[in-house]
Design a protein around this ligand. Structure first.
Ligand SMILES: Nc1ncnc2c1ncn2[C@@H]1O[C@H](COP(=O)(O)OP(=O)(O)OP(=O)(O)O)[C@@H](O)[C@H]1O
Ligand SMILES: [Mg+2]
Length: 389
């Protein structure tokens, strides 16, 4: 087939954009595949380009792609691992520290995510609780503390995989714009005995240097599972250290609001000490999306290029209806597959107009996907919500 510059350029742009999207989601393996493909495509474009300005542009983009590749080889994702920025004056200023003594941020960042609670599909109860219990404390402390005492703000979000727990935490950080730490289990666990408790202490020590901050522990079950279920002294040490650090963690007042949020998709595996009393006293069930939430997610996926679905033999409403029982993450991934099928057809038919997604694409994407939520687990979540587990 003759070299079709336009279609090659279109493919390059799609692959490059996909790579950036994957890097932002820290999906490095897939990003690397697309990165290599984008570099290969840019080579072809440079070789065939007749317009000098455009050639320069492709060369400059290719240089950027190669720099990203080099960073990835060093283990750095330039889209997610920026250097911690200096702490700005204001809400997140280190408590009682002179500027020259400002501690070096290791776990916290002031680089807030871009999304807000408006980007969360459904989960109206969860959003309402967060607005009242978290946002108001920081955004209108006079009002909040007029009605409430100064007990800490500790929230546990639980629910099936892919329902948006991690995403909601990022949205809260995006709303608050105070120093934020997103602690994943792999940041803490260590093969050397004693290292994990040391890191936990270090995290809380750093948190204590801020007036206001948000500390998020993702997949907390990996760190704080029931003491009865695992006899190792190592696991017990981690949990005990975590509980101690949490009880000694600053006081919550008008001037100092320190929020701890944790997420899990196995709440029943958590040690009961975590759920009791003043530990994680607010527990929010992050459920599967209902019809309106699914439609919101489907629309969000097509928002940038509605023409991909408009006029097709399947509607967004049909997709939302037929994905009942699937998580938000599953819905995103099914639609991504549909778009990939349509894109591949476009690549195969360079002279035809851009292909739309079709009912057949949906059926194929759904059939080749695995629903990450097993119905039996919903029974367990419901039982946990009612306090029966
Ligand atoms: N309710 C929702 N609103 C908006 N986006 C959602 C929602 N649920 C899932 N998503 C999308 O799915 C992606 C994956 O969701 P996320 O990682 O937050 O799920 P999770 O509940 O933390 O899953 P896990 O229990 O496996 O950690 C999100 O980044 C987001 O794009
Ligand atoms: Mg998660």
């Amino acid at each position: 087939m003759a070299f079709n510059f336009e279609i090659k350029k279109r493919t390059y742009v799609a692959v490059r954009d996909k790579c950036v999207e994957q890097l932002k989601a820290d999906d490095r393996d897939n990003a690397l595949i697309n990165l290599d493909q984008a570099v290969a495509l840019s080579n072809e474009l440079i070789a065939h380009c007749q317009i000098p300005e455009l050639t320069t542009k492709f060369k400059s983009e290719q240089a950027t792609l190669l720099k990203i590749k080099a960073k990835l080889a060093e283990g750095i994702n330039p889209y997610t691992q920026k250097k911690p920025e200096p702490i700005p004056q204001g809400a997140g200023k280190p408590a009682a520290a002179k500027p020259e003594e400002a501690p070096k941020a290791k776990y916290f960042t002031t680089d807030a995510p871009n999304h807000t609670l408006e980007d969360v599909a459904g989960l109206e109860d969860v959003k309402q609780q967060i607005k009242l219990n978290v946002l108001l404390r920081l955004q209108n402390p006079d009002l909040y503390f007029h009605y409430h005492d100064t007990s800490g703000c500790r929230i546990l979000m639980y629910g099936p995989p892919g329902t948006g727990k991690t995403f909601v935490a990022e949205c809260i950080a995006g709303e608050l714009k105070c120093p934020y730490a997103n602690i994943k289990i792999q940041d803490i666990l260590d093969k050397y005995v004693g290292e994990a408790p040391r890191k936990i202490k270090e995290i809380f020590e750093e948190a204590n240097t801020y007036d206001n901050c948000l500390l998020f522990f993702d997949e907390i079950d990996g760190m704080c599972s029931s003491r009865d279920s695992d006899d190792s002294a190592h696991t017990k040490d981690i949990l005990t250290t975590f509980l101690t650090c949490m009880s000694g963690f600053g006081t919550d007042s008008k001037e100092k609001v320190r929020v701890i949020i944790a997420a899990t998709n196995r709440p029943w595996a958590l040690d009961s000490a975590l759920i009791r009393g003043h530990r994680f006293d607010t527990q929010l069930y992050v459920t599967l999306p209902d019809y309106d939430a699914r439609l919101f997610l489907v629309k969000k996926n097509f928002k940038k290029h509605m023409d991909i679905i408009e006029g097709s033999d399947i509607t967004m409403e049909e997709i939302a209806t037929e994905l009942e029982g699937w998580s938000g993450a599953d819905i995103d991934s099914i639609i991504t597959k549909m778009k990939d099928y349509a894109m591949n057809r476009t690549i195969a038919n360079p002279d035809a107009p851009y292909e739309k997604v079709t009912r057949a694409d949906f059926d194929k994407a759904k059939a080749s996907s695995r629903n990450s939520v097993v119905p039996e687990s919903l029974v367990a979540f419901e039982a946990f919500r009612k306090g029966e587990l």
